[in-house]
Write a protein that binds this ligand. Structure first.
Ligand code: HEM
Length: 59
């Protein structure tokens, strides 16, 4: 799993992700980052909805 999820591990519901701005996270969702692939099929509206979902999961 470390190979797929990256060296840092993956926790998008924790403090580190929650501390990032909407702008930063939308950029990651749209363009990818590290081992995360860009989600190219999402419209701008869908990117915002996906971010809303991620935010709703934050602990
Ligand atoms: C709509 C679908 C997706 C959403 C909304 C989403 C959301 C996110 C967000 C918000 C982050 C940033 C976490 C942070 O920097 O604190 C992230 C990172 C990451 N995601 Fe996704 N993701 C999606 C699809 C995927 C897929 C399909 C994969 C793997 C095949 C993936 C793998 C990763 C990895 C490995 C990271 C860590 C990137 C790094 O090294 O910084 N994600 N994701």
């Amino acid at each position: 799993m470390a190979k797929l999820l990256g060296e840092k591990g993956l926790n998008i519901v924790g403090k580190e992700t929650n501390g990032k701005s909407d702008e930063q996270l939308i950029k990651i969702i749209a363009e990818g980052a590290g081992k995360m692939p860009a989600q190219k099929s999402l419209s701008k509206e869908e990117q915002k909805q996906a971010l809303g979902h991620v935010r709703s999961l934050a602990k």
